[in-house]
Design a binder for this molecule. Sequence first.
Ligand code: WTA
Length: 682
Amino acid sequence: MADGSGEVSASEIAVHWQEEEYYPPPPDFVAQANLTDPKVSERFALENFPDYYHEFGDLLDWYKPWDTVLDSTNPPFWRWFVGGELNASYNCVDRHLAGSKNKTALYFIPDSEDEPIEAITYQELYVRVNEFAAYLRDGIGLRRGDRVTVHLPMLAELAVTMLACARLGVIHSVVFGGFSAQACADRIVDSGSSVLITSDGYWRAGKWIDHKEKADQACDLAAGEDHRVEKVLIWERHRGQYRSEHPLVEGRDVVIDDVIGEFRGQRVEPEHMRADETLFLMYTSGSTGKPKAAQHSTGGYLSYVTAMSKLILDLKPTDVYWCMADIGWITGHSFIVYGPLSLGASSIIYEGVPNHPDAGRPWRIAERLDVNILHTSPTAIRLLRKDGPEEPKKYKYHFKLMVTVGEPIEPDVWRWYYNVVGQQESAIVDTWWQTENGGFLCSTVPALLPMKPGSAGPGVPGIHPVIYDNEGNEVPAGTGKGGNICIRNPWPGSMMGIWGNPDRYVATYYARYCKDRESKDWRDWPYFAGDGAMLASDGYFRILGRIDDVINVAGHRLGTKELESAALMVPGVAEAAVVATRDEIKGIMPEIFVSLAPGVSPSEELGRRVIDSIVREIGPIARPRKVWLVPDLPKTRSGKIMRRVLASVSNREDVGDVTSLANPEIVEQIREMVQAERLGHT
Ligand code: WTA
């Protein structure tokens, strides 16, 4: 990245976080935890790599044991548990039947509180997965290695679909239900799917959303690229009632409930998959170019998410576990479906949104089902804090562990999560990782290490992170300097490649810090994550955000999160987003967009307090040029704040196509506001 100042090394991000206080693991949590052996760090020391990953593989049932833990002869194309054979569907379903077939595998919680919660036992899941697999194989003719695109909302049928595919060795590519027809079509074409699995519709915050419409459009768009979708299979949100306004297309569309009866009672022998055969594709955006599909393996991926669920989420078969993510993202794949079911726990699929009909909903669900592990994101936590800061106190529930993932969490938000949601009796893990990684990279081991708000923690057992500056020098711990976080060693959860594009895989993740492109030694191939981070003297990593979220003000690099965190300390501020805007004198200046808590009205005084807080926390160098008090911030459907859209508004550039955002209308409002102000000044 060009620095431009010539004075400060581009590799050095001046970081101004203050150190936060430690919170010890709650004693009741420690007393029952899965992982309490302090020797774990010795066992997982780098000199024992890769053999220590035996422990992960041993958590699964194998048809054939592996010969080699890691084949690294063709870096960076790692192959884990080579020679081993297994099936993910068997591991997530069949193996629990003997001991706990009557136990709830999945709870489906509908959007409406008036509609009953559905509890699906392991036996019931087994039956549904087998019948659907039988249909996919014998009714549709799908075979091992075929790809299927799945564009489903949060329904139990989504998990059934994934597990049925896995049973047959069919590679599923789940596209987030909120994504557009265009996004779905792009993924159908790229993955070469001839079958699309969808639903007639779903409920979201009290509204019926017709989903089948997108399937029709996606098929047309794919056809425009000479790709034919042969079959569209449709799950009905309400069994036996097709509620879409878009009629079935003759010869192409099938309502699954109309045909599944023919497969009643059928059982499908799970395919014996090689550990390094692909289990699924998951598309993700890079900084440039079209979305790319991370290609995840059967043995490496499943062992990794099982181990992470056990060691970091402290998941036990007796737990009721709720991950609020959407299954259409990697978090949902790993930590709603594969990890929890592999361990035989009860996992929740929630159709709705966190604050509907009000911000008490999550806590009522927790109370009703006795949820004891909660997994969510800083965005959801900020939303629930904004809409109902006192709400959790009204309900009786107990979380032994809470998870945060997806973005850096501001210490102030972390403390609300800990004090109010967790009632000071829950451990918190701040888990840093990515779509490409399969499972966690950094987090504290909850019973062994104290928590530090805003810091993910050290590498999880087996992961050895390092920070490099732009020249490839290691940035040591405790310098207060940030850099690019990388992982020294391969790990089983890592993707095997980018589907159909091996060069892009190497270029994006390994070229940057590869010490020798000819080398066959894994030590020469650190994984480049694309995040800025800093390492404190206690060995905890603090993630500063994507490298493109770092702004350079007059030669000083500032993490946008630092400014946002300072703004959030001001009472009345609900959310904040910093963008880099061009400045004649300083090159780049931050501007900050702030949304306010309900009942708080915008005032100059409040804007001043935001600036004071930033100057106080970071220093005058970080003083934003402008504080915009806005009604809401533009967000993606997955809840990420679209800083780039705000930056375009600030820089008076074209904002591009914003129709896929959760709240596109807000962009125009903000644009008008910014324009009016700027006109007034010139
Ligand atoms: C960010 C989601 C700070 C990071 C699992 C990463 C985080 C990107 C954290 C990946 C965290 C994820 N703290 N930042 N705990 N977790 N991120 O692929 O910038 O949707 O690169 O995977 O989210 O997002 P993705």
